[in-house]
Design a protein around this ligand. Structure first.
Ligand code: DAH
Length: 347
């Protein structure tokens, strides 16, 4: 038989334990765990009920009431402790997640396309509007496609016009996108109308030349193609890039793969042709090389020059971009200096 007084003492011991054992709890999770050790069915208060059978029946009601009192007290005690902990935790969370609205904002820089890429895209737009298809050749070429087939055989003096990076006696880094003309003409029958953009390489390095630069080759082969067709197409292109008032003029020149060959000038878009520093007081600015495809080149590709004729042009993208955006040193296009690049955003 259990003595009620002993049990009551035990219960006041449990109450003391709750008070002392919870004094250094620091978060709601700990409170929860501790609460279980007292209030679960097998917890220290839960177990008190087991003594019910072992006490004098006349004292059971009294005992039951005392256990319930303890249980209620413990429940209230733990829930108020839990509430306090949660309040504290919320405060800490607020503190750690506090936003200082006076802090300078984190801004995200929005990038833009490189000026040469912008120019490339604009030209592709303009020429595809005239029905040109894009052909991208490869940067490593063999001597035949870069020179020989373009009517520039081994000992031809025109080879000196371009300082070539050779990879082996046969292979080289293409010096001009003109090599694409040969690949296309070997594989397709006229009518042909292609635009071939890409990087080209020459051992050349000064304010207006870089060892790597970008070209865009145009080639049209069909019946009765003339210089008039060439000028008409180039007029559309320069007006779109430099403005409607700009005119073109063709000057005789020499390229082994075109006959006749021309240098294309545009009337100075800076001074309108009166003469200024940009046009070196001539009123004209040279923008590209072009011509009527040499009969020999057509023959080299198995196209009958008596039936077909072609026009070709080669545009230097950096040059066109430098003129358009007023950049006078080509290095500025390769240095990735955002102060320069971020000012140029046509699209
Ligand atoms: N390939 C020449 C160069 O890199 C540019 C050129 C001139 C291309 C005349 C042509 C052309 O297609 O007809 O200097």
């Amino acid at each position: 038989m259990q003595d009620l007084n002993e049990l009551i003492e035990k219960m006041s011991g449990i109450r003391q334990s709750i008070l002392s054992e919870t004094s250094d709890l620091s978060d709601s999770k700990m409170v929860y765990e501790m609460k279980k050790t007292f209030l679960d069915k097998n917890g220290r208060i839960g177990q008190m009920m087991r003594f019910m059978r072992e006490i004098d029946p006349s004292q059971r009601a009294d005992f039951g009431q005392k256990v319930n009192e303890l249980k209620n007290w413990a429940q209230n005690y733990f829930s108020s402790m839990d509430e306090k902990m949660k309040e504290k935790e919320l405060e800490l969370r607020y503190e750690s997640e506090k936003i200082d609205v006076t802090m300078p904002a984190v801004t995200h820089e929005v990038g833009c396309l490189h000026p040469v890429t912008q120019m490339r895209n604009q030209l592709i737009d303009i020429f595809s509007g005239m029905g040109f298809e894009i052909y991208e050749g490869s940067e490593v070429e063999n001597d035949y496609y870069n020179f020989t087939a373009l009517n520039t055989p081994q000992d031809h003096p025109a080879r000196d016009m371009q300082d070539t990076f050779y990879l082996s006696p046969e292979f080289l880094l293409r010096t001009q996108t003109s090599s694409g003309q040969i690949h296309v003409m070997e594989n397709r029958k006229p009518p042909i109308k292609i635009l071939s953009p890409g990087k080209v390489f020459r051992s050349d390095d000064d304010a207006t030349h870089s060892p790597m630069f970008s070209q865009m080759e145009g080639l049209v082969v069909d019946r009765s193609i003339t210089l008039g067709d060439l000028q008409g197409m180039l007029d559309v292109f320069v007006k779109k890039i430099y403005g409607d008032d700009v005119r073109t003029r063709l000057r005789p020149s020499f390229f082994p793969f075109t006959e006749p060959s021309v240098e294309v000038d545009v009337s100075c878009f800076e001074c309108g042709g009166k003469g200024c520093n940009l046009c070196k007081h001539t009123g004209w600015i040279e923008v590209l090389g072009a011509g009527i495809v040499n009969r020999k080149v057509l023959e080299n590709c198995g196209i009958d020059p008596d039936e077909y004729s072609g026009l070709a042009f080669g545009i230097g993208l950096e040059r066109i971009a430098m003129l358009k955006y007023g950049i006078n040193n080509i290095k500025q296009l390769f240095e990735s200096d955002l102060r320069v690049l971020s000012q140029i955003n046509d699209h």
